[in-house]
Design a protein around this ligand. Structure first.
Ligand code: HEM
Length: 449
Protein backbone atom coordinates (compact mmCIF):
# COMPACT_ATOMS: atom_id res chain seq x y z
CA UNK A 1 0.00 0.00 0.00
CA UNK A 2 1.61 3.33 -1.03
CA UNK A 3 1.41 6.65 0.83
CA UNK A 4 -1.36 8.01 -1.40
CA UNK A 5 -3.62 5.04 -0.68
CA UNK A 6 -2.92 5.24 3.06
CA UNK A 7 -3.62 8.96 2.95
CA UNK A 8 -6.93 8.48 1.11
CA UNK A 9 -8.08 5.80 3.57
CA UNK A 10 -7.04 7.98 6.48
CA UNK A 11 -8.86 10.99 5.04
CA UNK A 12 -12.05 9.01 4.43
CA UNK A 13 -11.94 7.55 7.94
CA UNK A 14 -11.32 10.91 9.59
CA UNK A 15 -13.97 12.75 7.58
CA UNK A 16 -16.49 9.99 8.36
CA UNK A 17 -15.55 10.12 12.03
CA UNK A 18 -15.78 13.91 12.07
CA UNK A 19 -19.18 13.76 10.39
CA UNK A 20 -20.61 11.34 12.91
CA UNK A 21 -19.15 12.97 15.99
CA UNK A 22 -19.07 16.70 15.24
CA UNK A 23 -20.93 17.88 12.16
CA UNK A 24 -23.95 15.79 12.79
CA UNK A 25 -25.00 12.70 14.67
CA UNK A 26 -27.51 10.12 13.71
CA UNK A 27 -30.60 10.02 15.89
CA UNK A 28 -32.24 7.08 14.16
CA UNK A 29 -31.57 4.93 11.13
CA UNK A 30 -32.36 6.76 7.90
CA UNK A 31 -35.67 5.78 6.35
CA UNK A 32 -35.51 3.34 3.45
CA UNK A 33 -36.38 4.50 0.01
CA UNK A 34 -34.93 6.73 -2.69
CA UNK A 35 -31.82 8.82 -2.24
CA UNK A 36 -32.88 11.57 0.13
CA UNK A 37 -33.48 14.38 -2.34
CA UNK A 38 -35.13 16.55 0.34
CA UNK A 39 -31.69 16.79 1.93
CA UNK A 40 -30.50 18.73 -1.05
CA UNK A 41 -33.57 20.98 -0.94
CA UNK A 42 -33.02 21.69 2.75
CA UNK A 43 -29.37 22.50 2.23
CA UNK A 44 -30.19 25.16 -0.31
CA UNK A 45 -32.74 26.69 2.02
CA UNK A 46 -30.06 27.13 4.63
CA UNK A 47 -29.28 30.58 3.32
CA UNK A 48 -26.24 31.03 1.13
CA UNK A 49 -24.41 34.23 0.38
CA UNK A 50 -26.03 35.79 -2.67
CA UNK A 51 -24.00 36.39 -5.79
CA UNK A 52 -26.62 38.59 -7.43
CA UNK A 53 -24.32 41.03 -9.17
CA UNK A 54 -22.45 38.35 -11.08
CA UNK A 55 -25.60 36.45 -11.99
CA UNK A 56 -27.24 39.65 -13.22
CA UNK A 57 -24.12 40.58 -15.16
CA UNK A 58 -23.98 37.18 -16.80
CA UNK A 59 -27.68 37.29 -17.70
CA UNK A 60 -27.75 40.76 -19.17
CA UNK A 61 -24.32 40.80 -20.77
CA UNK A 62 -24.43 37.18 -21.97
CA UNK A 63 -26.68 37.58 -25.02
CA UNK A 64 -24.72 40.65 -26.15
CA UNK A 65 -21.64 38.60 -26.92
CA UNK A 66 -23.34 36.12 -29.20
CA UNK A 67 -21.29 37.29 -32.21
CA UNK A 68 -18.11 36.82 -30.25
CA UNK A 69 -19.12 33.28 -29.33
CA UNK A 70 -20.01 32.47 -32.96
CA UNK A 71 -16.61 33.76 -34.08
CA UNK A 72 -14.78 31.59 -31.54
CA UNK A 73 -16.80 28.49 -32.44
CA UNK A 74 -15.95 29.19 -36.08
CA UNK A 75 -12.23 29.28 -35.13
CA UNK A 76 -12.66 25.99 -33.28
CA UNK A 77 -14.15 24.40 -36.41
CA UNK A 78 -11.33 25.86 -38.51
CA UNK A 79 -8.77 24.29 -36.16
CA UNK A 80 -10.53 20.91 -36.35
CA UNK A 81 -10.64 21.23 -40.15
CA UNK A 82 -6.86 21.80 -40.14
CA UNK A 83 -6.43 18.66 -38.04
CA UNK A 84 -8.58 16.71 -40.48
CA UNK A 85 -6.56 17.99 -43.43
CA UNK A 86 -3.28 17.03 -41.81
CA UNK A 87 -4.64 13.72 -40.46
CA UNK A 88 -3.94 14.78 -36.89
CA UNK A 89 -6.05 13.64 -33.92
CA UNK A 90 -7.78 16.30 -31.84
CA UNK A 91 -7.23 16.43 -28.09
CA UNK A 92 -10.88 17.26 -27.45
CA UNK A 93 -10.52 18.49 -23.83
CA UNK A 94 -7.53 20.76 -24.55
CA UNK A 95 -9.19 22.14 -27.67
CA UNK A 96 -12.36 22.91 -25.74
CA UNK A 97 -10.30 24.65 -23.02
CA UNK A 98 -8.70 26.91 -25.63
CA UNK A 99 -12.10 27.85 -27.11
CA UNK A 100 -13.66 28.48 -23.70
CA UNK A 101 -10.67 30.49 -22.45
CA UNK A 102 -10.73 32.68 -25.55
CA UNK A 103 -14.45 33.28 -25.29
CA UNK A 104 -13.98 34.38 -21.67
CA UNK A 105 -10.82 36.40 -22.33
CA UNK A 106 -12.48 38.26 -25.21
CA UNK A 107 -15.59 38.87 -23.13
CA UNK A 108 -13.40 40.20 -20.34
CA UNK A 109 -10.31 41.78 -21.97
CA UNK A 110 -11.07 41.73 -25.73
CA UNK A 111 -8.04 39.55 -26.44
CA UNK A 112 -7.26 35.90 -27.16
CA UNK A 113 -5.42 34.40 -24.23
CA UNK A 114 -4.75 30.92 -25.63
CA UNK A 115 -3.92 29.48 -29.01
CA UNK A 116 -4.66 26.08 -30.46
CA UNK A 117 -1.48 24.05 -30.73
CA UNK A 118 0.88 26.75 -29.48
CA UNK A 119 3.16 25.71 -26.64
CA UNK A 120 4.09 29.31 -25.87
CA UNK A 121 0.48 30.24 -25.11
CA UNK A 122 -0.04 27.40 -22.64
CA UNK A 123 1.05 29.49 -19.63
CA UNK A 124 -2.37 30.82 -18.75
CA UNK A 125 -3.98 27.40 -19.26
CA UNK A 126 -1.34 25.83 -17.02
CA UNK A 127 -1.96 28.36 -14.26
CA UNK A 128 -5.71 27.74 -14.33
CA UNK A 129 -5.16 24.00 -14.49
CA UNK A 130 -2.56 24.11 -11.67
CA UNK A 131 -5.01 25.91 -9.40
CA UNK A 132 -7.80 23.43 -10.17
CA UNK A 133 -5.45 20.60 -9.33
CA UNK A 134 -4.36 22.11 -6.02
CA UNK A 135 -7.98 22.94 -5.15
CA UNK A 136 -9.03 19.33 -5.72
CA UNK A 137 -6.25 17.66 -3.76
CA UNK A 138 -7.32 16.44 -0.29
CA UNK A 139 -5.42 18.55 2.23
CA UNK A 140 -4.12 16.81 5.33
CA UNK A 141 -4.26 20.12 7.20
CA UNK A 142 -8.08 20.20 6.75
CA UNK A 143 -8.31 17.00 8.79
CA UNK A 144 -5.60 17.88 11.32
CA UNK A 145 -5.90 21.67 11.76
CA UNK A 146 -2.83 21.58 13.99
CA UNK A 147 -0.80 20.97 10.80
CA UNK A 148 -2.16 24.06 9.07
CA UNK A 149 0.82 26.37 9.78
CA UNK A 150 3.19 23.74 8.32
CA UNK A 151 1.36 23.28 5.02
CA UNK A 152 2.60 19.66 4.89
CA UNK A 153 1.82 19.00 1.21
CA UNK A 154 2.87 22.46 0.07
CA UNK A 155 -0.66 23.04 -1.28
CA UNK A 156 -1.05 26.53 0.15
CA UNK A 157 2.32 27.50 -1.26
CA UNK A 158 1.45 26.17 -4.72
CA UNK A 159 -1.99 27.78 -4.66
CA UNK A 160 -0.35 31.08 -3.68
CA UNK A 161 2.11 30.76 -6.53
CA UNK A 162 -0.54 30.11 -9.21
CA UNK A 163 -2.97 32.67 -7.83
CA UNK A 164 -0.18 35.28 -7.61
CA UNK A 165 0.77 34.73 -11.25
CA UNK A 166 -2.83 34.93 -12.42
CA UNK A 167 -3.45 38.09 -10.39
CA UNK A 168 -0.29 39.61 -11.92
CA UNK A 169 -1.68 38.91 -15.41
CA UNK A 170 -5.01 40.52 -14.46
CA UNK A 171 -3.12 43.50 -12.98
CA UNK A 172 -1.23 43.96 -16.21
CA UNK A 173 -4.37 43.93 -18.35
CA UNK A 174 -6.33 46.18 -16.04
CA UNK A 175 -3.49 48.73 -15.79
CA UNK A 176 -3.10 48.76 -19.58
CA UNK A 177 -6.82 49.30 -19.92
CA UNK A 178 -6.87 52.12 -17.38
CA UNK A 179 -4.08 53.82 -19.29
CA UNK A 180 -5.91 53.37 -22.59
CA UNK A 181 -9.06 54.81 -21.05
CA UNK A 182 -7.19 57.89 -19.84
CA UNK A 183 -5.78 58.40 -23.34
CA UNK A 184 -9.19 58.05 -24.93
CA UNK A 185 -10.68 60.62 -22.60
CA UNK A 186 -7.72 63.02 -23.17
CA UNK A 187 -7.85 62.54 -26.97
CA UNK A 188 -11.60 62.80 -26.99
CA UNK A 189 -12.31 65.39 -29.67
CA UNK A 190 -16.00 65.18 -29.14
CA UNK A 191 -16.72 63.41 -32.43
CA UNK A 192 -18.77 60.86 -30.58
CA UNK A 193 -16.46 57.95 -31.41
CA UNK A 194 -15.92 55.49 -28.60
CA UNK A 195 -14.12 52.20 -28.05
CA UNK A 196 -16.41 49.18 -27.68
CA UNK A 197 -16.75 48.10 -24.08
CA UNK A 198 -15.91 44.74 -22.60
CA UNK A 199 -16.39 43.45 -19.07
CA UNK A 200 -13.22 45.18 -17.81
CA UNK A 201 -14.58 48.52 -19.03
CA UNK A 202 -17.93 47.82 -17.48
CA UNK A 203 -16.37 46.99 -14.11
CA UNK A 204 -14.02 49.99 -14.24
CA UNK A 205 -16.99 52.22 -15.06
CA UNK A 206 -18.81 50.86 -12.02
CA UNK A 207 -15.78 51.15 -9.72
CA UNK A 208 -15.09 54.73 -10.81
CA UNK A 209 -18.64 55.93 -10.32
CA UNK A 210 -19.25 57.95 -7.18
CA UNK A 211 -21.54 55.55 -5.37
CA UNK A 212 -19.37 52.54 -6.25
CA UNK A 213 -18.95 49.78 -3.72
CA UNK A 214 -16.41 47.72 -5.69
CA UNK A 215 -12.66 48.27 -5.74
CA UNK A 216 -9.75 46.90 -7.76
CA UNK A 217 -9.39 43.79 -5.57
CA UNK A 218 -13.08 42.98 -6.09
CA UNK A 219 -12.62 43.28 -9.84
CA UNK A 220 -9.62 40.98 -9.86
CA UNK A 221 -11.40 38.43 -7.68
CA UNK A 222 -14.42 38.50 -9.95
CA UNK A 223 -12.28 37.86 -13.03
CA UNK A 224 -10.45 35.14 -11.14
CA UNK A 225 -13.80 33.49 -10.34
CA UNK A 226 -14.90 33.67 -13.95
CA UNK A 227 -11.77 32.06 -15.40
CA UNK A 228 -11.44 29.42 -12.73
CA UNK A 229 -15.07 28.40 -12.54
CA UNK A 230 -15.87 28.65 -16.24
CA UNK A 231 -13.04 27.00 -18.13
CA UNK A 232 -12.43 23.50 -16.86
CA UNK A 233 -16.08 22.74 -16.05
CA UNK A 234 -17.26 23.56 -19.56
CA UNK A 235 -14.40 21.87 -21.41
CA UNK A 236 -14.53 18.68 -19.38
CA UNK A 237 -18.30 18.39 -20.00
CA UNK A 238 -17.71 18.77 -23.72
CA UNK A 239 -14.97 16.14 -23.66
CA UNK A 240 -17.23 13.68 -21.82
CA UNK A 241 -20.15 14.34 -24.18
CA UNK A 242 -17.95 13.65 -27.20
CA UNK A 243 -16.48 10.56 -25.53
CA UNK A 244 -19.95 9.17 -24.73
CA UNK A 245 -21.17 9.78 -28.26
CA UNK A 246 -18.12 8.15 -29.85
CA UNK A 247 -18.44 5.29 -27.35
CA UNK A 248 -22.14 4.86 -28.27
CA UNK A 249 -22.21 5.18 -32.09
CA UNK A 250 -25.99 4.74 -32.32
CA UNK A 251 -26.51 7.77 -30.04
CA UNK A 252 -24.03 9.74 -32.13
CA UNK A 253 -25.94 8.89 -35.24
CA UNK A 254 -29.27 9.93 -33.61
CA UNK A 255 -27.77 13.27 -32.57
CA UNK A 256 -26.32 13.87 -36.05
CA UNK A 257 -29.55 12.90 -37.77
CA UNK A 258 -31.46 15.39 -35.64
CA UNK A 259 -29.00 18.14 -36.59
CA UNK A 260 -29.19 17.29 -40.29
CA UNK A 261 -33.01 17.07 -40.23
CA UNK A 262 -33.25 20.41 -38.44
CA UNK A 263 -30.53 22.40 -40.19
CA UNK A 264 -30.39 20.57 -43.52
CA UNK A 265 -27.32 19.02 -45.02
CA UNK A 266 -26.15 22.14 -46.76
CA UNK A 267 -23.28 23.30 -44.59
CA UNK A 268 -25.26 25.48 -42.22
CA UNK A 269 -23.86 26.48 -38.87
CA UNK A 270 -25.34 25.63 -35.48
CA UNK A 271 -26.70 28.82 -33.92
CA UNK A 272 -27.78 29.48 -30.35
CA UNK A 273 -31.32 30.02 -31.60
CA UNK A 274 -31.32 26.40 -32.88
CA UNK A 275 -30.87 24.88 -29.40
CA UNK A 276 -34.60 24.76 -28.63
CA UNK A 277 -35.19 22.84 -31.89
CA UNK A 278 -32.71 20.11 -30.92
CA UNK A 279 -34.28 18.05 -28.10
CA UNK A 280 -31.98 15.06 -28.59
CA UNK A 281 -28.86 17.25 -28.36
CA UNK A 282 -30.29 18.78 -25.18
CA UNK A 283 -30.88 15.31 -23.78
CA UNK A 284 -27.28 14.35 -24.61
CA UNK A 285 -25.99 17.33 -22.60
CA UNK A 286 -28.26 16.51 -19.64
CA UNK A 287 -27.25 12.86 -19.68
CA UNK A 288 -23.57 13.82 -19.80
CA UNK A 289 -24.01 16.11 -16.80
CA UNK A 290 -25.87 13.36 -14.93
CA UNK A 291 -23.14 10.77 -15.47
CA UNK A 292 -20.15 13.10 -15.31
CA UNK A 293 -21.00 16.15 -13.18
CA UNK A 294 -17.83 18.23 -13.50
CA UNK A 295 -18.12 19.89 -10.09
CA UNK A 296 -18.66 16.58 -8.35
CA UNK A 297 -19.25 17.89 -4.80
CA UNK A 298 -20.52 21.36 -5.75
CA UNK A 299 -18.60 23.95 -3.75
CA UNK A 300 -18.71 23.61 0.03
CA UNK A 301 -21.84 25.06 1.64
CA UNK A 302 -22.40 25.83 5.30
CA UNK A 303 -25.46 25.18 7.46
CA UNK A 304 -26.58 28.47 8.99
CA UNK A 305 -28.89 26.79 11.54
CA UNK A 306 -29.24 23.35 13.12
CA UNK A 307 -31.42 21.24 10.90
CA UNK A 308 -32.70 17.67 11.11
CA UNK A 309 -32.90 15.90 7.80
CA UNK A 310 -34.28 12.38 7.52
CA UNK A 311 -33.05 11.34 10.94
CA UNK A 312 -29.70 13.12 10.71
CA UNK A 313 -28.87 16.20 12.70
CA UNK A 314 -26.78 18.66 10.72
CA UNK A 315 -25.39 21.21 13.14
CA UNK A 316 -25.06 24.91 12.54
CA UNK A 317 -21.79 25.80 10.80
CA UNK A 318 -21.25 22.28 9.47
CA UNK A 319 -19.63 22.20 6.10
CA UNK A 320 -21.91 20.44 3.64
CA UNK A 321 -20.81 18.75 0.43
CA UNK A 322 -23.29 17.30 -2.08
CA UNK A 323 -22.08 14.22 -3.88
CA UNK A 324 -23.58 14.75 -7.33
CA UNK A 325 -21.80 11.74 -8.77
CA UNK A 326 -23.56 9.38 -6.36
CA UNK A 327 -26.90 11.13 -6.98
CA UNK A 328 -26.50 10.58 -10.71
CA UNK A 329 -25.86 6.86 -10.16
CA UNK A 330 -28.75 6.21 -7.78
CA UNK A 331 -30.84 3.29 -9.09
CA UNK A 332 -33.82 4.50 -7.05
CA UNK A 333 -33.97 7.62 -9.17
CA UNK A 334 -32.49 6.56 -12.53
CA UNK A 335 -33.12 3.29 -14.35
CA UNK A 336 -29.92 1.66 -15.69
CA UNK A 337 -27.99 4.49 -14.08
CA UNK A 338 -24.66 3.47 -15.52
CA UNK A 339 -25.64 3.48 -19.14
CA UNK A 340 -25.66 6.54 -21.33
CA UNK A 341 -29.30 6.95 -22.35
CA UNK A 342 -30.23 10.48 -23.39
CA UNK A 343 -33.70 9.12 -24.27
CA UNK A 344 -34.54 8.93 -20.55
CA UNK A 345 -35.03 12.71 -20.61
CA UNK A 346 -37.91 12.38 -23.08
CA UNK A 347 -39.93 10.68 -20.36
CA UNK A 348 -39.39 13.34 -17.74
CA UNK A 349 -39.40 17.11 -17.36
CA UNK A 350 -36.20 17.06 -15.31
CA UNK A 351 -33.86 19.94 -16.15
CA UNK A 352 -30.62 21.26 -14.66
CA UNK A 353 -31.79 24.78 -13.88
CA UNK A 354 -31.90 24.15 -10.15
CA UNK A 355 -35.58 23.23 -9.72
CA UNK A 356 -35.17 19.46 -9.92
CA UNK A 357 -32.95 18.17 -7.15
CA UNK A 358 -32.31 14.91 -9.01
CA UNK A 359 -30.04 16.82 -11.39
CA UNK A 360 -28.18 19.83 -10.08
CA UNK A 361 -24.80 19.96 -11.88
CA UNK A 362 -24.88 23.77 -11.59
CA UNK A 363 -26.06 23.78 -7.98
CA UNK A 364 -29.35 25.37 -6.94
CA UNK A 365 -30.68 28.25 -4.89
CA UNK A 366 -29.00 31.59 -4.46
CA UNK A 367 -25.52 30.20 -5.02
CA UNK A 368 -26.42 28.48 -8.31
CA UNK A 369 -23.72 28.81 -10.96
CA UNK A 370 -24.06 32.29 -12.45
CA UNK A 371 -22.39 31.03 -15.64
CA UNK A 372 -25.25 28.56 -16.33
CA UNK A 373 -26.80 30.54 -19.23
CA UNK A 374 -23.38 30.91 -20.87
CA UNK A 375 -22.39 27.27 -20.28
CA UNK A 376 -25.77 26.10 -21.65
CA UNK A 377 -25.23 28.00 -24.90
CA UNK A 378 -21.57 27.06 -25.27
CA UNK A 379 -22.08 23.35 -24.63
CA UNK A 380 -24.89 22.97 -27.16
CA UNK A 381 -23.33 25.09 -29.89
CA UNK A 382 -19.82 23.60 -29.55
CA UNK A 383 -21.01 20.00 -29.28
CA UNK A 384 -23.66 20.45 -32.00
CA UNK A 385 -21.13 22.04 -34.37
CA UNK A 386 -18.48 19.37 -33.81
CA UNK A 387 -20.84 16.50 -34.58
CA UNK A 388 -22.74 18.28 -37.36
CA UNK A 389 -19.59 19.19 -39.27
CA UNK A 390 -17.48 16.10 -38.60
CA UNK A 391 -17.66 12.37 -38.17
CA UNK A 392 -15.43 11.17 -35.39
CA UNK A 393 -13.42 8.07 -34.66
CA UNK A 394 -11.03 7.15 -31.88
CA UNK A 395 -7.34 7.49 -32.51
CA UNK A 396 -6.21 3.91 -32.16
CA UNK A 397 -6.62 0.80 -30.06
CA UNK A 398 -9.87 -0.96 -29.29
CA UNK A 399 -13.25 -0.38 -30.89
CA UNK A 400 -15.29 2.64 -29.70
CA UNK A 401 -17.35 0.33 -27.49
CA UNK A 402 -14.22 -0.80 -25.64
CA UNK A 403 -12.58 2.60 -25.23
CA UNK A 404 -11.49 3.78 -21.79
CA UNK A 405 -14.37 5.61 -20.09
CA UNK A 406 -13.03 5.79 -16.54
CA UNK A 407 -12.96 8.93 -14.39
CA UNK A 408 -9.80 10.45 -13.04
CA UNK A 409 -11.22 11.11 -9.64
CA UNK A 410 -9.93 13.06 -6.71
CA UNK A 411 -6.97 15.09 -7.82
CA UNK A 412 -8.55 17.99 -9.66
CA UNK A 413 -11.50 20.14 -8.75
CA UNK A 414 -13.47 18.90 -11.74
CA UNK A 415 -14.17 15.33 -12.80
CA UNK A 416 -11.96 14.45 -15.76
CA UNK A 417 -11.60 11.55 -18.11
CA UNK A 418 -8.79 9.31 -16.99
CA UNK A 419 -7.26 9.25 -20.48
CA UNK A 420 -7.72 12.38 -22.57
CA UNK A 421 -9.99 11.86 -25.56
CA UNK A 422 -7.88 11.89 -28.73
CA UNK A 423 -10.31 11.70 -31.64
CA UNK A 424 -9.87 11.87 -35.38
CA UNK A 425 -12.26 14.16 -37.26
CA UNK A 426 -13.46 13.34 -40.73
CA UNK A 427 -15.13 16.27 -42.36
CA UNK A 428 -18.76 15.62 -43.20
CA UNK A 429 -19.34 16.87 -46.70
CA UNK A 430 -22.46 18.83 -47.55
CA UNK A 431 -24.59 17.45 -50.37
CA UNK A 432 -23.73 20.20 -52.82
CA UNK A 433 -19.98 19.75 -52.22
CA UNK A 434 -20.26 15.96 -52.42
CA UNK A 435 -21.53 16.17 -56.02
CA UNK A 436 -18.41 18.13 -56.99
CA UNK A 437 -16.14 15.60 -55.27
CA UNK A 438 -17.83 12.68 -57.04
CA UNK A 439 -17.36 14.29 -60.43
CA UNK A 440 -13.81 15.55 -60.08
CA UNK A 441 -12.16 13.42 -57.44
CA UNK A 442 -12.11 9.71 -58.00
CA UNK A 443 -10.23 9.09 -54.75
CA UNK A 444 -12.75 10.49 -52.30
CA UNK A 445 -12.06 7.79 -49.71
CA UNK A 446 -11.35 10.37 -47.00
CA UNK A 447 -14.87 11.70 -47.25
CA UNK A 448 -17.86 10.28 -45.48
CA UNK A 449 -21.58 10.90 -45.65
C1 HEM B 1 -20.65 22.88 -17.60
C2 HEM B 1 -20.28 24.02 -17.11
C3 HEM B 1 -20.40 24.45 -15.68
C4 HEM B 1 -20.80 23.74 -14.57
C5 HEM B 1 -21.26 22.29 -14.50
C6 HEM B 1 -20.74 24.64 -13.44
C7 HEM B 1 -21.09 24.28 -12.15
C8 HEM B 1 -20.96 25.13 -11.07
C9 HEM B 1 -21.27 24.75 -9.71
C10 HEM B 1 -21.80 23.39 -9.28
C11 HEM B 1 -21.04 25.82 -8.93
C12 HEM B 1 -21.25 25.89 -7.42
C13 HEM B 1 -22.71 26.08 -7.10
C14 HEM B 1 -22.99 25.90 -5.64
O1 HEM B 1 -22.44 26.60 -4.83
O2 HEM B 1 -23.76 25.07 -5.29
C15 HEM B 1 -20.56 26.89 -9.79
C16 HEM B 1 -20.19 28.13 -9.32
C17 HEM B 1 -19.73 29.13 -10.15
N1 HEM B 1 -19.67 29.11 -11.52
FE1 HEM B 1 -20.09 27.54 -12.71
N2 HEM B 1 -20.31 25.87 -13.87
C18 HEM B 1 -20.09 25.80 -15.23
C19 HEM B 1 -19.69 26.83 -16.06
C20 HEM B 1 -19.45 28.13 -15.65
C21 HEM B 1 -19.14 29.23 -16.52
C22 HEM B 1 -19.03 29.14 -18.05
C23 HEM B 1 -18.93 30.31 -15.71
C24 HEM B 1 -18.59 31.74 -16.06
C25 HEM B 1 -17.84 32.15 -16.93
C26 HEM B 1 -19.12 29.89 -14.35
C27 HEM B 1 -18.98 30.71 -13.26
C28 HEM B 1 -19.19 30.32 -11.96
C29 HEM B 1 -18.91 31.16 -10.80
C30 HEM B 1 -18.34 32.57 -10.84
C31 HEM B 1 -19.26 30.42 -9.67
C32 HEM B 1 -19.14 30.84 -8.20
C33 HEM B 1 -20.47 31.42 -7.74
C34 HEM B 1 -20.47 31.72 -6.25
O3 HEM B 1 -19.43 31.78 -5.64
O4 HEM B 1 -21.55 31.93 -5.73
N3 HEM B 1 -19.45 28.56 -14.35
N4 HEM B 1 -20.53 26.44 -11.08
Amino acid sequence: MDYTTIFIFLSIFISFYTFITKSGHRKSPPPPGPYPLPIIGSIFKLGDKPHHSLAALSKTYGPLIQNLRNKKVHELLQYVTNCWESGKPVNVGQTAITTTLNILSNFIFSIDIAEYDSVSSQDFKNLVWGLMEVGGTPNLADFFPVLRPFDPQGLRKRAGYYAGKLMAIFDQHISARMEARTKVSVDDDGDGSSISKDLTDLLLDISQSEESSINMDDIKSLLFDFFLAGTDSTSSTLEWAMAELIHNPEKMSKARSELIETLGNENESVEESDISKLPYLQAVVKETLRLHPPVTFLVPHKATTDVEIQGYMVQKDSQVLCNLWVMGQDPNVWSNPQSFEPERFFETEIDYEGHDFELIPFGAGRRICPGLPLAHRLLHVMLGSLIYKFNWKVERGPSPQDMDMTDKFGFTFTLHKNLPLMAIPVKAVARNQLKVICVFDSDASGYED
